[in-house]
Write a protein of this length. Structure first.
Length: 154
């Protein structure tokens, strides 16, 4: 199974809800709060350094017709209860995202040129925001794509 949970530029886009500053450059897309991402949204990576590496609370959503880094292709809710821990969330993410990857891309993840990762709740967002949402995003390593990857079958 092909999965990417850490050490990816795409993962720097969003995995946790922490603070980062938004760009004020007029040419940059407006950042969207990670919790407002939806299936079908395309977004670009953000670099977060230091203690917050791998975490962001906002990402620049762009039209999928424009070059972009990632596309949200599936989402699901984790069950209510106490925070299950990173390992349990990652196991649920891998199971669901891999299954839906094949449905979305048209080929199993182990044979694809693309990878996936999950935008997932942290213990803080779980407890303070009742965050149970896991979103699966697909990307092509080291390059932006234009258009949706739905049905790309590669």
């Amino acid at each position: 199974m092909k999965k990417l949970l850490v050490a990816s530029a795409a993962l720097l886009a969003a995995v946790a809800l922490t603070s980062c500053s938004a760009s004020t450059d007029a040419d940059e897309p407006d950042p969207a709060d990670v919790v407002t991402l939806s299936v079908g949204d395309c977004f670009n990576d953000v670099a977060v350094e230091g203690d917050d590496a791998g975490a962001a609370d906002s990402v620049p959503i762009v039209s999928c017709d424009e070059p972009h880094d990632n596309e949200v292709y599936y989402e699901f809710e984790l069950p209510e209860g106490d925070y299950p821990g990173v390992s349990a969330i990652e196991a649920a993410m891998n199971e669901n995202c891999a299954r839906e990857f094949q449905e979305f891309v048209g080929i199993v993840d182990s044979e694809s040129d693309f990878f996936y990762f999950g935008v997932q709740p942290t213990e803080l967002s779980w407890n303070e925001r009742d965050d149970r949402l896991v979103q699966c995003a697909v990307f092509e390593p080291n390059k932006q794509v234009t258009g949706t990857l739905k049905g790309a079958a590669r």
